[in-house]
Structures are given as C-alpha cells and as structure tokens.
Design a protein around this ligand. Structure first.
Ligand code: ZN
Length: 462
C-alpha cells in the first residue's frame, strides 16, 4: 500500500509497471524496460522542447582527465569521494587517470575557454542529456539514488556580468516551473543554505517536492557559479573596450528523479497514474466478447476507433486473456483512458470510457467520443495536479521548536536568525535539513532567541 509502506509500493510498482528492471548485477545501476524508457523519452521531450527555445543541445565526453577535474578545489572537494576512475586501457596503465563525469563542469569549461572569445559570443547557453556516475555509499534506490544517473539534463550558460547570470537563474526557475506544471508535480523553490550549496557555486536554488512518505525529494537545482569556474578554467572574453574579462556562469540540471516524482506523487494502489502528455499509451481499447460470433464486429469497431483517435497513442489489446486481467494491466501502467467495447456498446453505438485518475466509468456515444475523450484528458492533468498540491499543502506545518518536527512527516516552517550555527543546531534538534527560506514572518530564532523575520523550511530529504 502506498500510504502504509511507500518504499515497498515504489519498488514493486517499478517492476510491475515495467519501468525498471532491478536485476542488473552492479549496485546502483538499473535497466530501463522499453515501457519505462518510452515514459522517459516522452518526459524529456517536454523538457527538451522548453530548453530548445533558447539553448542549444551539445554533447561532451564522459571521461574527464584527472588534472581538469582537480583544478577547482572546492568543486572537487564536494565530489572526490564519489568519483569512479578509469586507470587502465587494455593491459597498460593510463598516463593520466580518467574520471567518469560525476557532473560536467570540468569537461565543458575548458572547451568554453576555447569557444568564447568576445562579448559577441555571449550569452552562450547549451545543454546535454547524458549519464553521470557517482560512487554512492548510501543505500541506492532506482531513479532516486544511483551510481549511474542515466538521464541528467544539464544546462551550462556563460554571461558577461554577474547580473546577467542572475537573470538566467531566474529564467531557469521559470523553465523548471513550466516543466513540473506540465507533469502536475507540486514544488517548493528555495535557496539552499550556504553549507548545502553546489560545491564551487555562489548560490544554489533548488526544487523540492514532498513524497508520500513525508520525505522531500530534490528534483532540480540551479546554480549561480559567478566567476569561480571561469577563473579556474580561464574562460574569458574581450569586452567592448578591448579588455579581457571573466565570464559569469550558471548551470542547472534535472535527473530521472523527475520520473520518480511522477510515479510517487500521482500513483495509487492500483498502479501508475500518468499525465496524458507523457503516457506511452494514452488510450487502451479493450474488446469484450464472450461469443466468437461477436468478435469480428467488435474488433472492426475497435480498429475504426483507433483510426479516429490516430492523433493519440492508442493500442487495441487483443491478447488472449480475460478482460479483467487487461484492465488490471492498463491500470498498473497508468494509461489515462480505457475504452471498452462489448456487444451492448456495439448495438447502442457507444463505448464505455474509463478514466484512470478517478476510475469513473461512463457510456459515451461514438459520435461524441472525440470530444469527451479530449475533455477527460485535459481534466486529468488538472485533477491529479490539484490532488498532489492539496497533499503537499496539508503537510506544511508551522512549528516553534525544532523538536516538534522530530519523527513527523512533512515540511516544516520555523523562525531562524539565518546564521549557520543556529541553522545547524535546528537541523540537529529536528533531525531534518534546512531546505531554504520561505515567506518572512516576525518571530524569534529558537536557538539564540534573536528577533528575526526569516523562516526556514525543514524536511527530511531523500
Ligand atoms: Zn539564531
């Protein structure tokens, strides 16, 4: 059950709904089933279409030479425990060990330093959809905590000024909001505390969503890198007066955690519930007949309907199993609309339309089917998004003392003076992390008693 044992529910569903095969013999590496991979493709098509408005897609190599990776000292300190190294080629030791990218700054920025010559080359905005490797020592989990992140959409931008880069971080926030709105996933955007920012960044903004078990899942991050990496990798441009200046940079990324969020936030005890836009199958037509005599006419009606609905992703389920087993399968895979056609539907010129999100069943005249179906599809995203939002809102709790969050589910708001030492103390006492800040209210810091308007958001992250 999703409510009582989320972790089991999630693991079972990944297999039962054919998202991930977890039997690969390396810890933290998993296999995408074809159905899961289609879901991934459709989800990233949405993200790509948003990025393609003003970014260009590129590709940088997986291997990063050790000397490049070690250049930015703060950056490498944040990642060194997680790097996989390639040290041999065939039988010989390599001259320079090569890292499998844990993230791509050290692969991309040395090339940016060659590409960028003058202010006319800026802003530069690229992205790539790649895998990344991290030697996770914590408990690994499909789609959430991985040693191979298979679907890292990372964008990297360069600008003439710090302010321009700041505008880009704001634009990235809007882009990610649009992405998650299209998936019906609620989010909280906040600025990570200084002790939890991306190693080497000036600051980090993050998207978090609340999972059914009351923990938060970070589903996107946006970093203002200032000139920190530009100085390390010598990324400069000639300004209008002929002077060499360092570029200001940003980077931001989303991983397959976006799919973990879709599965977890929307799914129920029957299986997945997918937003129609990203569902690999949008309409499943199930013919129902007991007598062979009916079968021909019913199957003919099914293919006519498939033709009529050719602008959707439609399958006719002609497998030789009982209709009940077919309903079960399509519900498991979160298919938004099921159309059933039996002898009675056929004689009355109707179909039976079943919505996955509400599981409502209605008889619809064939002549009205297109309209009803389109309406149901568009209501569905709204409905599941609203349901998810309501869950998140009902789990936002105001507390006065950090201990009140201990052992409780949800996201907590608590006054905080803003200092690192009090922030860390609040974390310790609440057994939760400071995600960032939320709307200000007058109060007192529970640790040092200083009056403050700052309020921290606390949650237990994955
Ligand atoms: Zn304080």
């Amino acid at each position: 059950m999703k409510k009582t044992n989320f972790s089991n529910w999630f693991n079972d569903l990944l297999v039962d709904a054919q998202i991930m095969d977890v039997r690969y013999p390396i810890k933290g590496l998993y296999v995408w089933f074809p159905f899961g991979f289609k879901l991934r493709k459709l989800t990233y098509d949405v993200l790509r279409s948003l990025l393609d408005r003003d970014h260009e897609e590129a590709y940088f190599p997986l291997l990063i030479p050790e000397n490049e990776l070690l250049k930015e000292s703060e950056h490498i300190k944040g990642f060194e425990e997680e790097v996989f190294w390639v040290t041999r080629g065939g039988f010989g030791e390599l001259d320079i060990p090569l890292a499998l990218r844990p993230t791509s700054e050290a692969a991309i920025y040395p090339i940016f330093s060659i590409w960028i010559r003058s202010h006319a080359d800026l802003p530069l905005k690229i992205y790539q959809l790649v895998n990344a490797f991290r030697y996770e020592t914590k408990h690994t989990r499909p789609l959430i905590r991985l040693r191979e992140i298979t679907s890292f959409a990372e964008a990297h931008t360069a600008h003439t000024s710090w302010e321009d880069a700041e505008l880009q971080t704001a634009a990235a926030v809007e882009l990610y909001k649009e992405f998650y709105d299209r998936l019906g996933i609620p989010y909280i955007v906040s600025r990570r505390p200084t002790w939890d920012k991306f190693p080497g960044a000036d600051y980090t903004l993050a998207f978090d969503t609340l999972m059914p078990d009351g923990k938060s899942l970070q589903i996107g991050t946006i970093h203002h890198l200032g000139t920190n990496f530009a100085k390390t990798f010598d990324v400069t441009y000639e300004d209008r007066d002929g002077n060499q200046q360092f570029v200001n940079q940003t980077c931001y990324g989303i991983s397959e955690r976006c799919i973990a969020a879709v599965i977890s936030v929307h799914g129920d005890d029957k299986g997945l519930i997918l937003p129609p836009e990203i569902s690999p199958v949008q309409v499943a037509i199930v013919p129902i007949y007991s007598k062979q005599a009916d079968s021909e006419a019913i199957l003919k009606a099914c293919s006519e309907i498939q033709q009529e609905l050719s602008h959707y992703r439609v399958v006719i389920d002609t497998d030789d199993i009982r209709p009940g087993a077919k309903f079960y399968k399509w519900e498991k895979q979160g298919v938004p609309i099921r159309l059933e056609i039996g002898p009675r539907d056929l004689s009355s010129g109707s179909v039976t339309l079943v919505r996955r999100d509400t599981r409502e069943k209605e008889s619809v005249k064939r002549t009205e089917m297109q309209g009803r179906l389109a309406q149901a599809m568009s209501n569905m995203l709204e409905n599941i998004a609203e349901r998810a939002r309501a869950f998140q809102v009902s789990h936002m709790v105001d507390i006065e003392m950090p201990e009140q969050a201990k052992g409780k589910k949800g996201i907590f708001r608590i006054s905080w003076c803003g200092s690192e030492s009090c922030g860390r103390k609040i974390q310790e006492l609440s057994d939760a992390d400071v995600l960032g800040e939320t709307d200000p209210i007058e109060g007192r810091c529970p640790v040092c008693s200083a009056p403050t308007t700052i309020r921290a958001l606390l949650a237990r992250p994955y």
